[in-house]
Ligand binder design. Structure first.
Ligand SMILES: [Fe+2]
Length: 282
């Protein structure tokens, strides 16, 4: 079934709202959606109440789904490839913050893997009346806005990405032996090239802990400077969720974070999520 969709940019550099999709027309609209995803890198698919199978099939159009999860669900069990992110405790009661604070720091998903994720899909199942915002930052526009001398300084550098580093700095706790064993540090280019568009972007965020071969103090200062630059408000889009929104974004060139801007002890925020496997960054 063919159905016209409209794609409208959300910011001057990235993100687009897509209207006119229906669960039965996603398949026919996929070529247009795929092009829009390459161009805009964050798609806000409005009013698209996919069930779990339809959601899974949509994600798999981009590639195989990520199956390795170190972080546990609120009931202590391992996450499945398609899972819920929710502020509910193991008994299904509203809980202030069952996952800790990691989502509130700028990051890109699975950056601590040798093959960080290509994309993440997040679907609103239940949202608070206001708030529950998700923010995105454009690491390509941020890279292009750097002074030429800075671009020259960071050209060819590699950085180390570590899950235990995130636990220590964001969650303020030591990793367990299992977490250390499952997530050895990896290194990637600090400036990565998008495999489809050839566009360069900074590859920073909460897992990025050091620059290979650089003295620690200098490395820390440079990473802090780049991170502050990449998340300057001129590169940021703040998404105010509407019921039945489905977002898909390109983790290879965007940072994201949740914002703690609603009463988590009172309102449910339940999101369906999956992550698409990516390639080795170059
Ligand atoms: Fe995330």
């Amino acid at each position: 079934m063919q159905c016209a969709i409209t794609v409208s940019p959300l910011t001057p550099t990235f993100g687009a709202e897509v209207l006119g999709l229906h669960p039965q027309t996603v398949s026919d609209s996929w070529p247009q959606l795929r092009d829009a995803f390459r161009t805009h890198r964050l798609l806000v698919l409005r009013d698209l109440p996919l069930d779990e199978m339809q959601f899974t099939l949509l994600a798999q159009r981009l590639g195989p789904l990520e199956g390795r999860y170190v972080m546990r669900r609120s009931d202590g069990k391992a996450s499945s490839p398609v899972h819920l992110i929710q502020n509910l405790d193991a008994d299904g009661r509203v809980a202030a913050n069952p996952y800790g604070n990691a989502n509130y720091f700028w990051h890109t998903d699975k950056q601590y893997h040798l093959q960080p994720s290509l994309a993440t899909l997040l679907q609103a199942m239940q949202i608070p009346p206001t708030g529950g915002t998700t923010e995105f930052a454009d690491m390509s526009a941020a890279y292009e806005a750097l002074a030429p001398a800075v671009r020259e300084r960071i050209r060819g550098l590699r950085a180390v990405y570590s899950y235990p580093h995130m636990l220590r700095t964001c969650l303020k706790r030591e990793p367990t032996a299992e977490e250390i064993e499952k997530t050895p540090p990896v290194d990637h280019p600090l400036v990565r090239t998008h495999p489809e568009t050839g566009r360069a972007s900074l590859f920073v965020g909460m897992y990025c802990c050091a620059i290979v071969g650089m003295p620690p103090q200098e490395s820390c200062a440079l990473l802090a400077q780049l991170q502050a630059h990449a998340t300057d408000r001129r590169f940021v889009y703040a998404h105010a969720w509407q019921p039945k929104d489905l977002l898909m974004w390109d983790n290879r060139c965007l940072l994201h974070r949740a914002v703690a801007d609603f009463d988590m002890a009172r309102y449910r925020r339940v999101m369906r999520r999956t992550v698409v496997q990516g390639e080795v960054p170059v």
